[in-house]
Design a protein around this ligand. Structure first.
Ligand code: SF4
Ligand code: SF4
Length: 346
């Protein structure tokens, strides 16, 4: 793994050297070192050349305090059996202000975020993710507060949240990756920003549940908050929203709401939701964590009551109802269903 990580470092370095004067070399090494140290500090476990697993705080909460994340509450997936991962750690078509990932330009280094230079195979990513999760879990054996029943179950993960950071549709063999997880009896929740509709349309294997992020009501706010690399991104996102009804799996419009930035124009949001006709809308507060600390402030985090009020306005305009919520995660769930579909594990 270290060898592959070195390859990534070399690639960033080459890109950097090609775009900067050679005299800055020492500084580059220093900055790359800083980036990797920052990722390690944030507990990223790098898998191969472009993937990563990170312990979700709810894995800890489930094993140590017997508490579950809101997705367990809503959909029945088990927090302690969930792997939070990404196949595109450093790569995305957007640079959202609220994103917790390290973006090109943060920490003063730049790389091409739109191109995964190599593709590790789906099998390598699945096996590497399982190894990384096992390593994370090994730390709980020495914790006197560990719930051993939960830990024993956690050692057999059953769910993968392909949502950690980055845009997963940039990883070309995404269908094969989903299939590889499904073949191991995992459920998969896939989160995409929807700017590559052709990739989503071409999926030969659907995830168990598909999330599309809609974090702006208009193109103007989209450009300001989501900062897409392409001028066509808003059109592409709208193509994806038109495509959403064609999926067989449950679909979710995921909104990350940032106080003072994108909690406006409910009517416009409602039009986007009506177009996509998703199974659910999850409206969730921005959390002031990770590298987003470099771009936004603590005061940009909405309180749960702000999210609930926003959810009520959305419900009024869309005909969806608030069917569940989690105050501690600052999220409301809207749907036309009476209650969410729960995934049953055999
Ligand atoms: S579903 Fe999401 S919030 Fe829940 S444990 Fe997995 S990564 Fe964490
Ligand atoms: S689309 Fe997701 S991964 Fe990409 S910048 Fe936005 S929040 Fe981050």
């Amino acid at each position: 793994m270290l060898l592959k990580l070195d390859l990534f470092i070399k690639e960033v370095l080459i890109f950097y050297v090609c775009t900067h004067v050679a005299s800055q070399c020492c500084m580059e090494n220093q900055v790359l070192h800083t980036l990797l140290q920052a990722l390690k500090k944030q507990k990223y476990h790098l898998v191969g050349r472009h993937s990563a697993v990170k312990r979700c705080k709810w894995l800890y909460e489930a094993i140590v305090h017997d508490r579950a994340c809101y997705k367990q509450k809503f959909y029945g997936i088990k927090s302690h059996q969930c792997i939070q991962m990404t196949p595109s750690l450093f790569y995305c078509t957007q640079q959202c202000l609220f994103c917790w990932r390290a973006q090109s330009g943060d920490l003063k280094i730049r790389w091409n975020e739109l191109r995964l230079p190599h593709w590790d195979s789906p099998e390598e990513i699945v096996e590497g993710s399982l190894r990384a999760q096992a390593k994370i879990l090994s730390g709980y054996k020495g914790n006197p507060n560990t719930n051993w029943k939960k830990l024993t179950e956690a050692l057999v993960p059953r769910h993968v949240a392909i949502s950690l950071t980055g845009e997963p549709t940039l990883y070309e063999p995404l269908s094969e990756l989903l299939r590889a997880f499904h073949n191991k009896r995992f459920t998969t929740f896939l989160v995409s920003n929807g700017t590559l509709p052709e990739k989503l349309e071409a999926l030969s294997e659907e995830p168990t549940q598909l999330y599309i992020s809609v974090c702006a009501p208009t193109e103007q706010v989209f450009k300001q908050v989501c900062r897409p690399h392409s001028t066509e991104a808003w059109t592409k996102l709208n193509e994806t929203l038109n495509l959403l009804p064609s999926f067989r799996c449950p679909t979710v419009i995921r909104m990350t709401l940032v106080k003072g930035l994108n909690m406006t124009a409910v009517e416009e949001y409602a039009q986007l939701i009506k177009k996509a006709d998703p199974t659910y809308v999850e409206a969730k507060a921005y959390m002031h964590v990770g590298f987003s600390n470099l771009r936004l402030s603590y005061s940009n985090m909405p309180a749960h009551k702000d999210i609930h009020t926003f959810g009520e306005l959305l419900a009024e305009k869309t005909g969806y109802k608030i069917i569940d919520e989690s105050a501690e995660s600052r999220v409301v769930l809207l749907s036309k269903l009476e209650k969410p579909i729960r995934f049953v594990f055999s």
